[in-house]
Design a binder for this molecule. Structure first.
Ligand code: RNT
Ligand code: ZN
Length: 423
């Protein structure tokens, strides 16, 4: 029996209403509970990480703006903040780490010398919370990346350093995946590109391919690690040319059987990743999503329940891709409470998935196949006011987390008691 009778009553009514559309809400909720979202650790500290010497993030073409107080300053604080998020979002999820978040006991360990033991505490923590772990090499915010080139650098020493770094993080990923009993997605993103119009677009891409082959060539156990590559259109300081563009990586992924990572902010502002799922999944086994929200540019705003997000979730569900699309979040807003930023994004992503799973897709598809576009339009718009909130509230209650805005009070108390004391 539910703690809150009204939530249960509202759910029963909602469930009856969905049933008239042919949707079984109880079945949807069972499936919902098995949809993991990979939460990016880097929202919690504005992509700082714990290295002793901190490089310049903007050199890598990304930037967290804002100076809201209470940023996590070490791994224990970051994990404590994350532990609060898990209490505010329904379901069992994953944590997405970056090499920057190594725990080296205050000792300087070069990025090409990182080992699993530097992430052992993360692995133990994830295991005790039944979380999957995903991982990323950090090819930015480092003196060796200050020219704006890493894996595609013309300098063999720079290239070698980053190849070694990615080889190290891939080996660590395999161990992380083994430790937590779920495949770890090792996603390579590099900032390489040029501010102004290049003359040679070809050579850096050839060098990138050669570097990737060295990193991804050796076979690894797919039960523990899966490789992904993430392209983009432009970044700060790489406005004119990005070596690892979408086409470059799409081709690479098809050729080598890796995952392709589609970041919502990495395309022209009028393009959406929703349309790219059914296209790329024709030729790829699996895709990784970096769900983000660009405002006018790749600004990495906190994910909210936008039309864009909803269509991405719809495509995942309509295509039957729940097992082939790995959902991860990727944004960083330093101007608001960081636990709020995480929680809003997670809840929005999950709400979008729930809405998509509650869609009577067969009915809509039938209308479309009949050529009944009037019916399709009308039904799609009617669906928008079905009582999804009642189903969401019930699902949250079932999962032991707050269904409504009361979660914000919990964060406010935590901010007062814990985050505000970090100076
Ligand atoms: C940058 C990419 C990349 C990073 C993280 C920190 O444009 O989106 O995924 O945001 O790896
Ligand atoms: Zn990304």
């Amino acid at each position: 029996m539910m703690k809150n009778k009204r939530i249960e009553q509202a759910y029963r009514l909602a469930s009856e209403q969905y049933a008239t559309w042919g949707v079984r809400t109880d079945q949807v909720l069972k499936r919902m509970a098995r949809v993991p979202v990979s939460l990016h650790c880097w929202q919690g500290d504005d992509v700082h990480g714990f290295e002793t010497t901190v490089g310049n993030l903007a050199d890598g073409g990304i930037m967290a703006t804002g100076n809201y107080p209470g940023r996590a300053r070490n791994a224990d604080e970051l994990r404590a903040d994350l532990d609060l998020v898990w209490k505010l979002v329904p379901g069992k999820h994953r944590i997405n780490l970056h090499a920057l978040y190594a725990e080296t006991n205050g000792k300087r360990v070069e990025r090409n010398a990182l080992e699993f033991r530097h992430f052992k505490r993360w692995a133990d923590w994830a295991k005790s919370r039944k979380l999957g772990v995903d991982f990323n090499p950090s090819c930015f915010a480092h003196p060796m990346a200050s020219t704006g080139f890493t894996l595609s650098s013309a300098d063999p020493a720079v290239r070698r350093f980053w190849v070694e770094h990615c080889q190290a993080t891939r080996a660590i990923s395999e161990k992380l995946g083994k430790a937590v009993g779920s495949p770890c997605i090792h996603n390579i993103w590099i900032p390489d590109g040029m501010k102004d119009v290049p003359v040679d677009r070809k050579a850096p891409r050839e060098r990138l391919e050669a570097s990737l082959d060295k990193i991804l060539g050796p076979a690894r156990n797919r039960a523990h690690v899966r490789d992904a590559v993430e392209g983009k259109l432009f970044g700060i300081g790489s406005e004119s040319y990005v070596v690892g563009s979408h086409e470059f990586y799409l081709g690479y992924a098809v050729k080598h059987g890796t995952l392709l990572c589609l970041d919502a902010g990495h395309f022209h502002p009028t393009e959406t990743i929703a349309d790219k799922l059914s296209a790329t999944l024709m030729h790829l086994d699996e895709v990784l999503l970096h769900v983000s929200r660009g405002v006018r540019w790749d600004s990495d705003h906190v994910v909210i329940l936008s039309d864009d997000l909803k269509s991405t979730a719809e495509e995942v569900v309509r295509g039957g891709y729940l097992d082939r699309v790995h959902i991860g979040l990727d944004y960083f807003d330093a101007s608001i409470n960081r636990v709020v930023a995480w929680t809003v994004g997670m809840r929005a992503m999950l709400k979008a998935m729930l809405m998509a799973m509650l869609e009577p897709t067969d009915l809509l598809r039938k209308a479309e196949n009949r050529g009944d576009f009037s019916g399709r339009l009308a039904l799609l718009d009617e669906l928008k006011t079905l009582p999804v909130g009642a189903v969401w509230g019930y699902y949250c209650e079932q999962q032991g987390v707050p269904g409504g805005r009361e979660w914000l009070d919990t964060v406010r108390k935590y901010e007062h008691d814990v985050q505000a004391k970090r100076r």
